[in-house]
Design a protein around this ligand. Structure first.
Ligand code: UDP
Ligand code: MN
Length: 286
């Protein structure tokens, strides 16, 4: 039972906490069967840690029936999105920029107006504890990117679905493109006030912890890595890709995260874990 005074509820929804919880969702995206493996783990790990919010996944029509069924077992909503259907102007521009297809599919999350507020999670993330407190943040909240900390990393972000915002972002994309060819460049140039305007929109790095910090700042990784709340397996090697991150990771912390990913992927139960099985207190070590 939510206490309307506990700060968990948005001001406009304080009078109706039940509506507020139902109107909020974690959202992920998978356009291929392998990214569906990742999305499954995102959903299962959110469930394991007892989220009170809805969980939704956007898929493209090409994903197999089998992958879709697996997602339907975990998610409240499996939403088929076909970016080519949305706008003729967009269609035309995509013909010349096929690499922007996945980017525009991610931007589609702003059309999920059945929800008032959402947290987007890349399909290559793993949730390690309950992170429902992210819904206390407003659009656009995200953690710094390890490669250029004045940019946010677009693997984890808080947003408000809105058709108007969606149209503005698409318009921005068609006018200015994306400086990195992907959604992160586009979103950073659209939400350009992020680095300086409002510190409450800066999420702690532990909500989007990537292995690259192991290489760039090892002592900090060793000091704070165990506080991780969401791990992001960014880069070309995903936990599910052949060869995996297992062999080429030099960090035993990252190795633990990869084996935790597999444990979650292979688990049959999506029920909440007893507290002792939370990451960090788990005595089992592969
Ligand atoms: N994605 C997808 N299919 C693809 C590539 C990306 O569904 O072929 C989605 C997926 O949710 C993924 C996100 O877009 O997590 C961003 O891509 P990725 O995580 O591979 O980028 P990185 O975080 O490594 O920069
Ligand atoms: Mn990612």
């Amino acid at each position: 039972q939510s206490d309307p005074q506990d700060g968990n509820i948005d001001a406009e929804n304080r009078s109706n906490p039940a509506y507020s919880l139902a109107g909020q969702a974690f959202v992920t995206l998978a356009t291929t069967d392998s990214y569906c493996m990742g999305a499954t783990v995102v959903g299962k790990s959110l469930r394991r840690h007892g989220t009170t919010r809805s969980i939704a996944v956007m898929v493209t029509p090409n994903v197999s029936e089998q992958s879709r069924l697996a997602l339907e077992n975990v998610f409240d909503e499996v939403i088929t999105v076909d970016v080519m259907d949305s706008e003729d102007r967009l269609h035309l521009s995509l013909l010349g920029r096929p690499e922007l297809g996945v980017t525009f599919t991610k931007i589609h999350c702003w059309t999920l107006t059945q929800y008032s507020k959402c947290v987007f999670l890349d399909a290559d993330t793993l949730v390690l504890c309950n992170v429902d407190e992210l819904f206390e943040r407003d659009e656009l909240s995200a953690a710094p990117d390890p490669g250029w900390p004045d940019c946010f990393n677009s693997g984890v972000f808080v947003f408000r679905p809105s058709l108007r915002t969606h149209a503005s972002i698409l318009d921005h994309a068609l006018r200015h493109g994306s400086f990195d060819g992907g959604d992160q460049g586009l979103l950073n140039s659209f939400f350009s006030s992020w680095p300086l305007e409002d510190i409450s929109k800066h999420l702690s790095f532990v909500y989007n912890l990537s292995g690259s910090s192991f290489y760039s700042y090892l002592p900090a990784f060793q000091q704070f890595g165990h506080n991780a709340k969401i791990v992001h397996f960014l880069g070309a090697m995903k936990p599910w890709s052949s060869g995996g991150q297992k062999g080429d990771s030099h960090s035993h912390i990252m190795e633990r995260f990869v084996s935790l990913w597999w444990k979650e992927y292979l688990s049959h139960s999506t029920s909440s874990s007893p507290p002792g099985e939370q990451f960090g207190q788990d005595s089992e070590k592969a």
